[in-house]
Every structure is written in structure tokens, then in C-alpha cells.
Design a protein around this ligand. Structure first.
Ligand code: ADP
Ligand code: ADP
Ligand code: MG
Length: 672
């Protein structure tokens, strides 16, 4: 047992006894006296006093340590006493429990011994009863068995006696008989005679049988041969029959199949027949119903026919009126119109040119029927007014929406010219010739479609298409680029017609068969695509492959009304002009060719502007002859013709000078 715990274990004592504490008032801290007289004595006293004090302190420390140990022991003792008390209590409890259990056990034991005694007694009585019963039954059985044994032995003895008797009797009889037979045998001795007779009989019998057998064998052989022949014949026949059977089987099978399909079909037909019968019945009943009102209906039908005829005529009159009105509207909008189109940024232009805020398009002014565009060239603002302005977000379909009316006019027999003007890269070709939705492509679709509508009113149309370019004042046929023909422009001033000699012309009769029309418009598209690819291109400072020629798509539209016998001829000219950019001072003119080209383009564009301007201001002299282009289009520009010019501009800041030039020229055309 551990007696002392080391104080280092930081045990907190539960004892109430206070521990001795050293304070500043303790004798240890008394000051030394500073006395010279009794220096020695006092020194001695002080020394012994100090020793005593130290001793006292040590004793006190020892006492304190002891007390601490004692406290710890006391605490431990207290805890142990508590534990002991608890164990005592537990022990008492267990003791009483044990007592109770013992008592209960004793009672149970007594109960059990009583019970087992009782059972033993019962068992004893039962066993005795059983033994008595057993003895009784044994005695009874023994007597019964004895009785039966006696009876049986008696019965067996009598039976044995009877049998012995009858057997003896029959033995005697048999012996008698044997003796009798023996005697008889002794009397009769025919053995030899019998053997001879039997042999003779056998010989006769055998020869007869042999002959008979031979004959029958022969006939049997013959018969077998016959049968064999017949058998092979039959076998052959059988194989033939088998084949035939097989073929028949197959035939039957196919016939069965056919039968089932036929049956199926016939079922169907029957059901349709019954349906038809039913509808016939229905119709018959309807006819019966209506036969009463038939004359009335006939009368009504004739009335309707008359009315339809009247309406037809009215409709035709309306159609002529529509043409006139449509033209009036177009004239009111102005026979010469100038539109502007600002193309969107392409490729990475927006990122590099940073031109946002240089070009502003104002909303359309419906009252004035005009729209304004303002260009900021960093020095000043330039404002221009047009009949309409298309912005970056407007696509070719929106542009074409405005052209529809002009195309319709050309179907109605008026001449129409549409131009795209602008510097290279400003979107002229995109507007006019874009493969999917350029003006030319949409025009073809529209004409094919609209001519279909007019067909219902009796109009038949024929188209004649030419596609040429003017390069350096020379005409080239884009539909027949290989041929090196000379082309001359010829006007018939009386008829107001123009002809370019030696060009390839495509004639298309609109049939109003939908498939045919789709095929035709595809054919024209392909021709235009090919023609456009052959356009002359040459490098300029603007870009490497820019078009330096005007392309002119010409379509003559001839209409004939088979009901009213009216005729109409309209001309539609769709012109993609050459790039309008000026030669720059600093640009090196590499060849005489390029100089000539540029001069010719500038001249023809200026001339076109002059012509349109003069027409718009109804001047008496119009300088058509100054360029090939204006001369070619003379008859399509005069009289009631309609002219539309698109000024294409680029949003690129680097093109701002050319943009302003283009807009200035357009303003000159538009206002003068
Ligand atoms: P255009 O019809 O005058 O003649 P093309 O259609 O033959 O010219 O070729 C123009 C091509 O050059 C366009 O595909 C366009 O991408 C490019 N291009 C032309 N001008 C510019 C420009 N200013 N900035 C960027 N690309 C240009
Ligand atoms: P141009 O014929 O005036 O030289 P392009 O028609 O060849 O100019 O146009 C120059 C480029 O700009 C082409 O790549 C063209 O596809 C593109 N472009 C022009 N206009 C549009 C437009 N409205 N929308 C989208 N791309 C355009
Ligand atoms: Mg072009």
C-alpha cells in the first residue's frame, strides 16, 4: 500500500487544517542590529538565533510535509471507508437475497419431494395392476392355443388316414392294368411287318411330293421373274409419280399462297364494294331527294355562270386598272430614286478600324419621304439625304422588298434600271449578285412567281436574258465569254428598242408548271454564276481582286394576254457598277493599262451621274452618248422608265474619304 504521495503530484487537499505559510513578518526576515559594542555577543546570538530559526524552519517544513502526507492518507482512508461501507451494504443485500432464495428453494424442494413420492406411489399401483392383467391374459391365451392345437392335430390325423387309403387303392388298380398290358404285348409281335410297310409308303410319298414340289417351284420361279419385271416397272413409275407429287406439292403451296393473297384482296375489294354500294345507296337517296329541286338548281347554276362571266370582265378591268394605279404610285414615289446602303463590318474590320460613331443614320422621315445620314471625317460633319437608307442590320431581303414594285412594273411593260454604285469592297456585288439572295436572284424568283399569278388572268410571259460587261468601253458577252465577237449597240428610235449585236440570248417561256419553274430559275442562276465568274478582275490599291468592269444583267419581259389580246414589253436592267474609287496621288500607276482602265471607269460613272441628274431635272439635253453604259441603257432610262441607284458605302474608317466621295456624287444625282 502506498503511504506517501509526493507533493509534486499537485494533490489538492480536502483537509480543513491550514498549511503554515512563511510571511515577511516571520523571524527569518528580522533585520541584523548594527551595534559596535556588543558586536561579538550579538554576532554570536544572531548566529545561534539564525541556526535555531533555520532549524525551526526545517522542522516546520518537515511538519508541513508530514501533514500533507497525513492528509493524503486521511483522504484515502475516507474513500476506502466509503467503499467499504458500500461493499458492506451490498453484502447485506446479497445476504438477505441469499436467505430468501434459500427459503424459497427449500419450499420448492419439499414440494418436489412430495410430488415425486406421490408419482412413485401411483406408478407402483399401476405396475402391480399391469402385472396382474398380464398374468391373466397369458393364462387365457395358453388355454386357447392348447384347444386349437388339439383340434388341428385331430383334423390332420383323419385327413392322413383318408389319403393313405385312396392312394393304396389307386396303386393297386394301376398294378393290375400294367399286368394286363404286359400280357397283351406278349401276345402280339408285328414289329417287322410294320417297319417294311412303313418304308414303302415313305418312298411313294416322297417321289410324288418331289414332282409336285418341282412344278410348283418352277411356276413360282416364273412368277417371281414376272413379278420382278413388274416391280422394276412399278419402281420407275413410282419415282416418276414421286417427282410429280413433289411438283404438285410445290404448286399447291404457291397456289395456296396466291389463294390467301387473293382472298385477302378479294376481302378488301368486297369491303370497298360494300362501301361503294353504301355510298351509291346514299347518293341514290340524295338524288331522289334532290330530283325535286333539280330544275331550280339548274336555273341557279346558269345564273351563277352569268355572274361569273360578269365578274371575270370586271376583274380584267380591275387588273388593267391595277397596272395603271401601280404605275401612278411608282411615279408619285419618283421615277428616279437614290438609296444608300451601309454594309456591316466584315471579318475583323470592327476590331481593327474602331470606326463606331463615324457614320450615323437618322430614322426615316415619313412626312418628307426621306432619310438622313451623317458622316464625321474628324474635321467636320457631312450630312446627306436619300430616298431611303439601309443600315448594317438590313439584309438583302429587306432591300429587295422595295424593289418588288419595280420588278412588277417591268412585268406590266415598263423599263427599269437598277444600279449599285460605290468603291470596291462597299457591297455592290453582294447587293446585286450574291448567290443566295442578291437582287438578280430574287428578281428571277419573283418574276417566275408573279407571272404565275398573272397567268390566272390570261397573261403568258416570255423572258429573254442577256448578261454582258463593259470593260474599258468595250462590251463583252458574259454568257459566251470564249467567242471573240464584236458587239455593237443598235437603237430603233421609232420602236424605242435597243439591241446588242452578237450576244448570246436565253429565251424562257414560263409554263406555270411548278417543277418546270424551279428548274428554270435554277438554270438562270447557274448562268449568272458562270457569267459573274468570268468578269474581268484586276488589282488596285484597294484590294487584290476587284472588279474593274460594269456588269449588266438585261431581261426583256414580253407578255401576251390570251383573253384580252393585250401585249406588254418591259425591260429590266440590273447593273453592278465598277469600283468608284479615285486614283490616289501617291499611287504608282504601274501601267498604261491601269491608267486607261481607271480613267474609263471614272468617265463612265461621271457620265451616268450626269445622265441621271439631267433626267431627274428634265433637262432638254441628256448626254447618253458620253459613255457606252449610258448609251446602252438610253431606251431604258427615258420616258416612263424607272431608275434606282444604290450607293453602297463601307463602315471602315480607312474608307471614309471614298465614302464621302460616293455620297457626294449620289447627292449630285439626287438633288443637283
Ligand atoms: P468588287 O466587286 O469591287 O469588285 P470583288 O467582289 O471582286 O470586288 O472583291 C472584293 C473582295 O475584296 C471582297 O471579298 C472583300 O472581302 C475584299 N475587300 C474589298 N474591299 C475591301 C476593303 N475596303 N476592306 C476589306 N476587304 C475588302
Ligand atoms: P463590292 O462589290 O462593292 O466590291 P462586295 O459586294 O464584294 O463589294 O462586298 C465586299 C465584302 O463585304 C464581301 O465579302 C461581301 O460578302 C461583304 N458584304 C457586303 N455587303 C454585305 C452585307 N450587306 N452583308 C454582309 N456582307 C456584306
Ligand atoms: Mg464587286
Amino acid at each position: 500500500m502506498e503511504i506517501l504521495r509526493t507533493p509534486e503530484r499537485n494533490h489538492v487537499s480536502k483537509s480543513k487544517i491550514p498549511s503554515p505559510i512563511l510571511t515577511s513578518t516571520s523571524p527569518k526576515f528580522f533585520k541584523q542590529r548594527d551595534d559596535d559594542v556588543s558586536d561579538k555577543l550579538s554576532n554570536h546570538i544572531t548566529l545561534s538565533y539564525k541556526e535555531k530559526i533555520t532549524e525551526l524552519n526545517n522542522l516546520q517544513q518537515e511538519l508541513y510535509d508530514k501533514k500533507l502526507g497525513f492528509d493524503l492518507l486521511k483522504d484515502e482512508l475516507f474513500e476506502e471507508a466509503q467503499k467499504l461501507n458500500f461493499l458492506k451494504l451490498q453484502f447485506d443485500k446479497l445476504q438477505t437475497e441469499k436467505l430468501m432464495k434459500n427459503r424459497r428453494y427449500r419450499n420448492q424442494f419439499i414440494e418436489y419431494t412430495n410430488y415425486s413420492q406421490e408419482q412413485d406411489n401411483k406408478l407402483k399401483v399401476l405396475r402391480e395392476g399391469f402385472e396382474i392383467n398380464k398374468e391373466q391374459m397369458r393364462i387365457e391365451n395358453d388355454s386357447k392355443v392348447n384347444k386349437i392345437m388339439k383340434e388341428y392335430s385331430l383334423k390332420i390325423a383323419t385327413l392322413n388316414e383318408n389319403q393313405m387309403f385312396s392312394m393304396k387303392k389307386s396303386r393297386e388298380n394301376l398294378l393290375d392294368e400294367v399286368e394286363k398290358v404286359n400280357n397283351e404285348i406278349k401276345l402280339l409281335n408285328y414289329d417287322e411287318q410294320f417297319e417294311e410297310a412303313y418304308n414303302a409308303y415313305e418312298v411313294v410319298k416322297r417321289s410324288e411330293w418331289l414332282e409336285e414340289y418341282h412344278a410348283s417351284w418352277k411356276s413360282a420361279l416364273e412368277e417371281t421373274e414376272n413379278l420382278n419385271g413388274e416391280k422394276s416397272k412399278l419402281l420407275k413409275r413410282l419415282s416418276l409419280l414421286k417427282k410429280a407429287h413433289k411438283a404438285m406439292k410445290e404448286q399447291t403451296k404457291s397456289l395456296e399462297n396466291r389463294l390467301s393473297t387473293l382472298q385477302h384482296e378479294s376481302n378488301k375489294i368486297e369491303s370497298t364494294i360494300s362501301q361503294i354500294r353504301y355510298s351509291i345507296q346514299e347518293k341514290e337517296s340524295l338524288i331522289e331527294e334532290f330530283s325535286g329541286v333539280k330544275p331550280q338548281l339548274l336555273q341557279e347554276i346558269t345564273n351563277w355562270k352569268k355572274r361569273t362571266l360578269l365578274l371575270d370582265e370586271e376583274f380584267k378591268r380591275e387588273e388593267s386598272l391595277r397596272r395603271i394605279n401601280h404605275n401612278k404610285i411608282q411615279e408619285l414615289r419618283g421615277n428616279i430614286r437614290v438609296y444608300c446602303r451601309l454594309r456591316p463590318y466584315i471579318k475583323d474590320e470592327a476590331a481593327t478600324s474602331n470606326s463606331d460613331g463615324y457614320i450615323f443614320i437618322k430614322p426615316f422621315d415619313a412626312n418628307a419621304g426621306q432619310q438622313r445620314i451623317i458622316v464625321n471625317d474628324l474635321k467636320q460633319l457631312h450630312a446627306f439625304t436619300f430616298d431611303k437608307i439601309f443600315g448594317m442590320q438590313d439584309d438583302n431581303y429587306e432591300v429587295f422588298d422595295d424593289i418588288k414594285n419595280l420588278v412588277q412594273s417591268s412585268l406590266d411593260g415598263y423599263n427599269v434600271c437598277i444600279f449599285t454604285y460605290g468603291q470596291t469592297g462597299s457591297g455592290k456585288t453582294y447587293t446585286m449578285l450574291n448567290e443566295k439572295d442578291g437582287i438578280i436572284m430574287q428578281t428571277i424568283e419573283y418574276i417566275v412567281h408573279f407571272a404565275g399569278n398573272l397567268h390566272k388572268l390570261g397573261w403568258e410571259y416570255e423572258l429573254e436574258v442577256e448578261f454582258i460587261e463593259i470593260y474599258n468601253e468595250t462590251i463583252r458577252d458574259l454568257l459566251n465569254p470564249e467567242a471573240k465577237h464584236q458587239h455593237v449597240i443598235r437603237h430603233d428610235d421609232k420602236k424605242g428598242t435597243t439591241e446588242v449585236t452578237n450576244t448570246h440570248k436565253i429565251t424562257i417561256k414560263l409554263t406555270h408548271n411548278e417543277d418546270d419553274e424551279i428548274a428554270k430559275s435554277a438554270q438562270i442562276r447557274q448562268l449568272i454564276r458562270n457569267g459573274n465568274n468570268t468578269r474581268n478582275t484586276k488589282s488596285t490599291h484597294m484590294n487584290n481582286a476587284s472588279s474593274r468592269s460594269h456588269s449588266v444583267f438585261m431581261m426583256k419581259i414580253t407578255g401576251h394576254n390570251r383573253i384580252t389580246q393585250e401585249h406588254s414589253t418591259g425591260r429590266l436592267n440590273l447593273v453592278d457598277l465598277a469600283g468608284s474609287e479615285r486614283l490616289q496621288q501617291q499611287e504608282q500607276i504601274t501601267s498604261q493599262e491601269t491608267l486607261k482602265e481607271t480613267t474609263s471607269i471614272n468617265k463612265s460613272l461621271t457620265c451616268l451621274a450626269d445622265v441621271i441628274h439631267s433626267m431627274k431635272h428634265r433637262q432638254p439635253y441628256i448626254p447618253f452618248r458620253n459613255s457606252k453604259l449610258t448609251y446602252l441603257l438610253k431606251n431604258s432610262l427615258i420616258n416612263k422608265s424607272k431608275t434606282l441607284m444604290y450607293v453602297n458605302i463601307s463602315p471602315n474608317i480607312n474608307s471614309i474619304r471614298e465614302t464621302i466621295n460616293s455620297l457626294r456624287l449620289a447627292r449630285k444625282v439626287n438633288t443637283g
